[in-house]
Design a protein around this ligand. Structure first.
Ligand code: ADP
Ligand code: ADP
Length: 218
């Protein structure tokens, strides 16, 4: 089954920038799709279109998941600095209407998946960059979204931390069966993590190749 289908999608911004031209792309359930391309080729634009945060200028986009059922992970962890790790994951669930008990159980499970059980009571400024990123990932996973969109999540981290997070991501994808669309300009990351790679041209972004990658070892 498809979670999202783009057909002949183009995107012009109001300033006249043509960000995307004639993009055909499917997001299939339970895949790990890497969008690989140079800076400015429209990768983030595709994520925003899939999430429904923007509309295509031309072409069609169909989605088979609920509007709220998307988790985002950005390069900047954007944690609430005044809230403990637990509450950073817990409060969004409560705001979305989950009961206290159900939300707390989901937080525990999500923090365990990223190996941060022992840091529930820490504040974000007590954590390393890699640990903050793990909290962001836990926050995205906790509501069990249909789809997780990651926009160059590890680009700001040092290489060793990035490699660790790559392995963590492979493992937790196997454990959760999450569908992930991952934007990167790292060929290594795309090849290591994904089940499928869509390669984009420089702006205006077009899909110039689709590669079925090896099933990742996890
Ligand atoms: P954009 O949304 O414009 O593509 P990115 O998220 O790709 O920006 O880039 C984030 C940061 O990384 C920026 O400071 C950018 O200058 C830098 N950057 C972009 N491309 C590369 C690259 N290939 N290698 C190293 N740094 C890069
Ligand atoms: P990527 O994620 O591949 O770096 P983006 O999707 O962020 O690319 O941007 C694609 C192009 O569209 C870039 O040239 C960028 O400057 C432009 N762009 C992105 N968002 C806007 C916007 N809100 N208004 C105008 N231009 C934009």
């Amino acid at each position: 089954p498809q979670l999202a289908q783009l057909r002949g999608v183009s995107k012009f911004y109001e300033n006249g920038v043509e960000a995307l031209r004639d993009v055909d792309l499917d997001v299939r359930a339970e895949e790990f799709l890497a969008l690989l391309g140079p800076s400015g080729c429209g990768k983030s634009t595709i994520l925003r279109l899939i999430a429904g945060l923007e509309a295509p200028s031309a072409g069609t986009l169909t989605r088979s998941f609920a509007a709220g059922s998307v988790g985002f992970v950005f390069q900047e962890p954007t944690l609430m600095p005044w809230a403990k790790v637990f509450d950073n994951v817990f409060l969004p669930l409560r705001l979305a209407g989950q009961s206290r008990g159900k939300a707390a159980a989901a937080v525990e499970q999500a923090l365990a998946l990223v190996g941060l059980e022992a840091f529930q009571n820490a504040f974000p400024n007590e954590l390393s960059g890699g640990m903050k990123m793990r909290v962001s990932i836990a926050r995205a996973l906790a509501p069990r979204p249909s789809l997780i969109l990651m926009d160059e999540p590890f680009a700001a981290l040092d290489e060793i931390t990035r490699f660790q997070l790559n392995d963590d991501l492979l493992r937790l994808r196997h454990e959760t069966g999450a569908t992930i669309v991952f934007v990167t300009h790292s060929i290594f990351e795309a090849a290591y993590l994904s089940t499928r790679i869509a390669v984009m041209s420089p702006r205006p972004g077009r899909i110039v190749a689709e590669i079925d990658a090896e099933a990742p070892r996890g």
